[in-house]
Design a protein around this ligand. Structure first.
Ligand SMILES: [Zn+2]
Length: 139
């Protein structure tokens, strides 16, 4: 749980490297840390605004990093225009919401083609969570 999922592992699971996959990894890792919750069974994840590709790739990154999966039923996709991810720690009911910073959302919209997206994804992987995400906590 302590070690970061590598890009190689993520690509092996998902099939290609893209920014939304990486965002899912980073958001999931940040949430586990901030909510101090147990990977796999200790949390619930609700993802909004990721209905279609490439945005929906987010969900695979989240499953990998949090261990919340469709098989276990503790992750679900909901309608929404903007991407936001709500996490709940099942042990203490603490909640955290993560959304994308405007600047990042604009950059994502401006990506052209596969190569561009792949390069951006690689750079994103090394970004600090507080630089790319907005965090909202709640009880
Ligand atoms: Zn993808």
């Amino acid at each position: 749980m302590k070690e970061k999922i590598t890009l190689k592992e993520a690509v092996r699971f998902h099939g290609h490297l893209g920014p939304y996959l990486v965002l899912g990894l980073l958001a999931g890792e940040a949430a586990l840390k901030r909510l101090n919750c147990r990977k796999f069974f200790g949390l619930e994840v609700k993802v909004r605004g990721a209905g279609e590709k490439p945005r929906s790739c987010l969900v695979d990154g989240l499953q990998l990093s949090t261990g919340a999966t469709y098989g276990k039923g503790n992750i679900e996709k909901l309608d929404g225009k903007k991407i936001s991810i709500a996490f709940r720690n099942r042990d203490n009911n603490k909640r955290l919401k993560i959304s994308l910073k405007e600047e990042l959302a604009r950059k994502l919209e401006g990506l052209k083609g596969h190569r561009d997206s792949e390069a951006f994804a690689g750079a994103l992987y090394r970004a600090k969570p507080q630089k790319i995400f907005n965090f909202t906590t709640g009880g």
